[in-house]
Design a protein around this ligand. Structure first.
Ligand code: GDP
Ligand code: MG
Length: 182
């Protein structure tokens, strides 16, 4: 059994919980609890291999026992960094998160993680594509940031695109399990 730990990061309201719930249950329910931090655990078979998957959904608001961003980055083997294409500030936060992941996983003496992986899988997701009439972040900017972070780029909608959401998570789990340290 291969252990895969993925942190889903990004500012409050970008749709992190919506994406995770959509992937795990196929459903989009609209409102998600944001007052507790949770780790979803699931066993999946991917390309004939059994994976034990942990998806970390951080709480957006202050909550008891809340982990810090550094701790979340330290814990995970792979990252889905989410922003909302209709919210410029969420893109700026995603940019800061992408840079922090690469900095903390860079290895060498500055690294704060005990098992740095400069090539840790990183997927940048521009969510809420259904709101493209209110777009504040171009697709090119997203692609550019993903390339800067040596990551993959997806623009999709948790609300409307189940297939794309499932494909994105499958690829993420696939990439992470290849470098997963179990
Ligand atoms: P989180 O704080 O990042 O976990 O964000 P949530 O998953 O709680 O979503 C925040 C709000 O955005 C909720 O009202 C969701 O229904 C909404 N939302 C999430 N994904 C989408 C999407 O793809 N399109 C639209 N229009 N709304 C979305
Ligand atoms: Mg949430």
């Amino acid at each position: 059994m291969n252990d895969v730990k993925v942190a889903v990061l990004g500012s409050e309201g970008v749709g992190k919980s919506a994406l995770i719930v959509r992937f795990l249950t196929r459903r989009f329910i609209g409102e998600y609890a944001s007052t507790s931090e949770c780790i979803y655990r699931k066993r999946l078979s991917l390309d004939g291999r059994q994976l034990s998957v942990e998806l970390h959904d951080p709480c957006s608001q202050p909550c008891e026992g809340k982990s810090t961003l550094n701790e979340q980055i330290h814990w995970a083997d792979g990252f889905v960094v989410v922003y909302d294409i209709s919210d410029r500030s969420s893109f700026l936060e995603a940019k800061a998160v992408v840079h922090l992941i690469r900095e903390l996983h860079a290895g060498g003496s500055k690294s704060v993680t005990s098992r740095p992986d400069p090539e840790a899988a990183l997927f940048l997701v521009g969510n809420k594509q259904d709101l493209c009439h209110m777009r504040e972040v171009s697709r090119e900017e997203g692609q550019h940031l993903a390339a800067e972070g040596r990551g993959h780029f997806y623009e999709l909608s948790a609300a409307e695109h189940y297939q794309e959401v499932a494909l994105m998570f499958s690829k993420m789990l696939h990439s992470t399990s290849l470098v997963g340290k179990g």
